[in-house]
Write a new protein. Structure first.
Length: 300
């Protein structure tokens, strides 16, 4: 049974979706989302944020007072490759830094429609290589992201492997969007319970993001990637998501390629419910599970 907090937040998300979806322009959608995202996660105590140039890509460090300075989770935010920012995710990446006990680098990758595919994956891999250049060993790095950022997490791993770059120890895709065609069965079976993501909205964002590129390019739609040789994945997703099957199909394909995969499906949860850390017990538990899974892999 979902907590009272989760039920109340679900109604708030319904209203947010109507507000953002009803905005007249991409700029208005971005402004509405920034305002909402900054309030979703409780502001953590003892965290310092620092803007940085990560090899030409803007990013924000989140450093917790008691966290390791030698280990890093690189985070790529959600927003359908069209909205969202590292600034809007400050509270969340700060909470993640506290939970995992290390630095988090939140990457402000370029957005569509101004910068369509492959701008996002180019920026994320650039920022990762910058971390290596700063002296962080690949064995002390992990990559995570939510929604579009969850898909970008996987795309980043695929591109790094293909380029021969030392790979991080793990990837943590949260409610990943990995199918640009919206053909998963859950697009229909969860349509009545998902108050945030719908097929029409996804296809609109996909069109802006792809800008004519192949909808099955593995670096845009990593569901179609060859997963051999990528690091372990921990995928979290809500059971009330139209994107549920993006996660289940990703997990199946990666496992079939020999990748160590953990898939956790949270009953009655909405898309990227983890953003409500500090406001929802289910979100707190999910982040605690990410921490417990990541820390030994990072050597923490």
């Amino acid at each position: 049974m979902a907590s009272p907090e989760a039920l109340a937040i679900k109604e708030q998300l319904r209203l947010l979706s109507e507000t953002v979806g009803g905005a007249q322009s991409v700029e208005e959608q971005r402004a509405q989302y920034e305002m909402a995202a900054s309030m979703m996660t409780v502001a953590p105590d003892g965290v310092a944020w620092t803007e940085v140039d990560a090899g030409g890509v803007p990013a924000i460090w989140a450093d917790s007072e008691e966290g390791s300075s030698d280990h890093v989770v690189m985070y790529v935010h959600g927003g359908g490759y069209v909205i969202g920012s590292a600034t809007g995710y400050r509270n969340f990446t700060g909470q993640l830094a506290c939970a995992v006990g290390c630095r988090v680098l939140s990457v402000d990758y370029r957005l569509a429609p101004e910068h369509p595919h492959p701008a996002a994956v180019d920026d994320s891999t650039t920022a990762y290589r910058w971390l290596l250049d700063q002296g962080f060993g690949a064995d002390r790095l992990a990559v995570s992201g939510d929604s579009a950022g969850g898909g970008l997490t996987v795309s980043t791993l695929l591109k790094l492997r293909d380029d021969g770059t030392p790979l991080p120890v793990a990837g943590v895709p949260i409610s990943p969007w990995v199918d640009m065609e919206a053909i998963g069965e859950s697009m229909t079976t969860r349509a009545d319970v998902d108050v945030i993501v719908n097929e029409i909205g996804l296809k609109d964002m996909a069109e802006m993001f792809l800008a004519g590129h192949d909808a099955r390019d593995p670096l845009a739609a990593p569901l179609y990637g060859d997963f051999a040789g990528i690091p372990p994945l921990f995928i979290q997703v809500g059971d009330e998501e139209t994107l549920l099957d993006d996660s289940t199909r990703l997990a199946e394909s990666a496992a079939a390629a020999g990748v160590e995969v953990r898939l956790d499906v949270f009953p009655e949860m909405q898309h990227v419910f983890q953003l409500f850390t500090g406001n929802m017990p289910e979100a707190d538990e999910a982040i605690a599970q990410i921490s417990a899974w990541l820390r030994p892999r990072l050597g923490l």
